[in-house]
Design a protein. Structure first.
Lengths: 277, 134
């Protein structure tokens, strides 16, 4: 394969990664890392470096659209970013101190349980969302217009402190295991904070960019981001993300939820496999 | 998208955030494309050679990864350095977004969120420095 063929084919696959990421609130790394290591035989360091670039690209590309559509809960995102960024630093410090195999197993198990919980959670919040004075005071509650159901949806945000704690854990695990944090952020907002699934994914899309930027500087200066790999990934992912945001608006909540659960299970199996080896 | 049924129109703040992200990404992509094209123009063998791909993606491949190297690479017209610049612009985009949020919240006189977002920016910048210590 020549560099030209590599660049073009990688960009094409990255479109799919960006599309999926924009739809369900992830950064595309789930597609990018296996593609690079298994399909192209690229060194894992470069694969992770490219994955971080793809997260930032997906995040910025998708969030630009979602913020304009008022789907993203900006205030909640910025509050929760306190948790993720602090966690990312903790993760960076801890990396090297903890044995990754146990972490992969625990993480994989947690994700499997989360998948089940998300699958079972009813469509949108039927019943009363618990009252949260912090959310009230910081004015985190929101509303959006759902294209798919052609209805206005107003919602309240709950369990802010639990959400912050979960984001801290998400950030730490991301920093420790080099995995995307979107898979943890969306369930935290969906299950714990009772936000509608489309708001959770859109808000996650905004947040993952910041989390990734925190590590990207390190990876870049370590020489883990290879231009010939990162460039086509970034370009493809943005194209995919732009398409994904348009399709997501018209997709029904149930479909998004199912796709997310499927991805969660896939990653969970991967993690358990890595931990058990 | 439709504004039907929305209670309020989009705020200037939200619009600014969206635009910053969009401009950041678009500008980075343009630079990335220019860098890629430059690379292929200067190395016509990249169009066909397998060995070149190995060299470019090997764990010991040489490419700029410090600001100094990027700057001197661009001055020399190297495609890889231009790509590196595009990547730096991409990485900077979320950070600029956080910075802009601080300003936006200050304009809205939302003290709580000025503090919150300033802390996030501080932590972000700290993570860059901490990384360099390793």
């Amino acid at each position: 394969m020549s560099p030209l063929e590599f660049t073009l084919s990688l960009a094409a696959i990255s479109v799919a990664a960006g599309f999926l990421g924009a739809m369900i609130g992830l950064g595309g790394g789930i597609v990018i890392v296996p593609t690079l290591t298994l399909l192209y035989g690229i060194d894992i360091r470069y694969a992770i470096g490219a994955s971080i670039v793809s997260v930032i690209a997906t995040s910025s590309g998708a969030a630009a659209a979602y913020v304009r559509e008022r789907l993203t809960n900006l205030r909640t995102a910025m509050l929760l970013e306190l948790g993720t960024t602090t966690g990312a630093i903790t993760g960076a410090f801890l990396s090297g101190l903890l044995h990754p195999h146990m972490l992969y197993l625990v993480f994989g198990a947690v994700m499997a349980i989360t998948a089940i919980a998300m699958f079972k959670r009813e469509e949108e919040a039927h019943g009363v969302t618990p009252h949260d004075p912090i959310a009230d005071r910081l004015r985190l509650h929101g509303a959006f217009f759902d294209e798919a159901s052609q209805s206005d949806v107003a919602y309240k945000v709950a369990h802010t402190r639990v959400g912050l704690l979960l984001m801290y854990v998400a950030g730490t695990l991301s920093g420790l295991l080099g995995i995307g944090s979107g898979v943890l952020k969306v369930p935290a907002m969906d299950l714990a904070m009772r936000m509608p699934i489309k708001v959770s994914t859109a808000t996650s899309n905004l947040m993952i960019g910041v989390t990734a930027a925190a590590s990207a500087g390190v990876y870049f200066s370590r020489g883990d981001i290879d231009p010939i790999i990162a460039a086509p990934v970034a370009i493809g992912v943005v194209i995919g993300a732009t398409l994904g945001t348009r399709v997501m608006a018209r997709t029904h909540n149930r479909v998004l939820r199912i796709v997310f659960v499927a991805v969660l299970l896939f990653v969970s199996v991967q993690m358990i496999w890595k931990g058990a080896r | 998208m439709s504004t039907r049924g929305r209670e309020e129109p989009i705020t200037r703040f939200e619009l600014a955030i969206s635009n910053i992200l969009r401009i950041g990404v678009t500008a980075s992509l343009v630079v990335l494309c220019i860098g890629l094209v430059l690379m292929f123009i200067h190395h016509p063998s990249y169009l066909e050679s397998q060995a070149d791909l190995q060299k470019l993606t090997s764990p010991r491949a040489a490419f700029p990864h410090t600001i100094k190297a990027v700057v001197s690479g661009i001055a020399a017209g190297h495609g890889q350095a231009v790509i590196a610049l595009g990547l730096i612009m991409l990485i900077a985009t979320p950070i600029v977004r956080v910075g802009a949020s601080i300003v936006g919240f200050a304009v809205e006189r939302d003290r709580a969120f000025v503090v919150i977002t300033s802390l996030v920016l501080l932590i972000l910048l700290a993570s860059f420095f901490l990384g360099r210590v390793e």
